[in-house]
Ligand binder design. Structure first.
Ligand SMILES: Nc1ncnc2c1ncn2[C@@H]1O[C@H](COP(=O)(O)OP(=O)(O)OP(=O)(O)O)[C@@H](O)[C@H]1O
Length: 343
């Protein structure tokens, strides 16, 4: 578990202060794959560097697995930091060392014996799918293979937490997919909590269960990925969600609705979201049959988030205030999020 409490970080250079993080409160639970997203300069890297104390907070507390890192001496910090692995955007491999030697570095530093190192590195290279590259040098590998080495090295000391700072940003979409699948496998099989820093919402959609959106040093929204994708509250979150999910009426549909407005003064427009099992229920049919309302579907989109279907619909209900009200209450009673929409 990672807990950041009232964290602020101010950099000072030549008398000029730069408040990189402002009053951050964040809890990442054991087993989470937690994404932090934001535009360049939002403070993401500073935030992740605080978790393994590559940076010290100006104010606030950093708790890792119940341990108060902000109170620890450098030697005690070194011990805790062994339980945290880090994966970097540009891999940070030693070019003069082989794949095997790169992965072995953390074990050599903690003075493990040769047999243990050999066994552990062999296992890890098998896990990341690079058994046949043991004696290769980084210059002989593709970007995706280099990142697999970086990940194996981060796992060498058996961490409880893995921090990934833009780990897929230098990779093409297909390689990104394979690295994200590997991170999922690490989370599932090794029960490692993962914190992912990214500026790509597709990364969050693919692997994270929770997300925090950052802007100018603050967290402007956080929650489950389904919640934030289905119903982003902050403007910045909405912009990020739009990059991966089409969740608003199309321009041509808005135009038509505006033109038709006078003909539909007794109808109401709603945005509804169906999550998981609800997505496959005959809800529209029930609205028509049981509540005698006319249902006009104006927009529909289905996306899979974390292997769960999220259906976003814009529907126009017509049938008088009473019937429409009853229909809405029926939907809400099923646990469907219903929001009156405007054009
Ligand atoms: N060591 C430093 N000294 C001074 N200012 C810094 C330092 N590190 C970061 N900053 C500043 O803190 C702010 C946040 O930077 P940070 O790198 O955390 O953002 P980011 O969201 O990770 O951006 P990017 O995606 O571009 O890496 C920026 O204004 C940056 O200039």
């Amino acid at each position: 578990m990672i807990e950041l409490k009232r964290i602020s970080k101010t950099f000072e250079r030549k008398g000029i202060k730069n408040e990189a993080l402002k009053n951050i409160d964040l809890t990442i639970n054991k087993g989470d794959i937690f994404g932090v997203i934001g535009y360049s300069g939002a403070g993401k890297s500073t935030l992740v560097r605080l978790v393994n104390f590559l940076e010290r907070p100006t104010e606030g507390e950093v708790w890792i697995e119940g341990q108060p890192l902000h109170k620890y001496s450098p030697s005690k910090l070194r011990e805790v930091k062994k339980t945290i692995g880090m994966v970097f955007q540009h891999f940070n491999l030693l070019e003069t060392k082989t794949v095997f030697q790169n992965v072995a570095i953390p074990l050599i530093l903690s003075k493990e014996n040769k047999d243990i190192i050999k066994k552990r590195v062999t296992e890890l290279l098998e896990f990341v799918g690079l058994s046949d590259k043991m004696t290769s040098y980084p210059s002989e590998l593709s970007g995706g293979q280099k990142q697999r080495v970086g990940i194996a090295r981060a796992l060498a000391s058996n961490p409880k937490i893995l921090l990934c700072d833009e780990a897929t940003s230098a990779l093409d979409p297909q390689t990104t997919q394979s690295i994200l699948q590997l991170l999922k496998k690490i989370n599932r099989e090794y029960h490692i909590t993962i914190m992912i820093i990214t500026h790509e919402m597709s990364v969050i959609k693919e692997v994270c269960n929770r997300v925090a959106v950052m802007e100018q040093g603050s967290i402007v929204e956080q929650g489950s990925v389904l919640e934030v994708f289905g119903h982003p509250k902050h403007e910045t979150s909405r912009k990020f969600v739009k990059t991966v999910i089409h969740n608003t009426l199309t321009d041509s549909m808005k135009k038509t609705l505006l033109e038709e407005k006078q003909n539909h003064h007794d109808s109401k427009l709603f945005k509804i979201e169906l999550v998981g099992d609800l997505a496959s229920k005959p809800i529209i049919n029930e609205l028509i049959q049981n509540y005698q309302v006319n249902v006009n579907i104006l927009f529909a989109n289905t996306v899979d988030i974390q292997e769960t279907a999220l259906v976003i619909l814009y529907i126009r209900l017509n049938g008088g205030v009473k019937k429409v009200g009853e229909a809405v209450r029926y939907l809400e009673g099923l646990g469907i999020r219903v929001e009156e929409a405007s054009v």
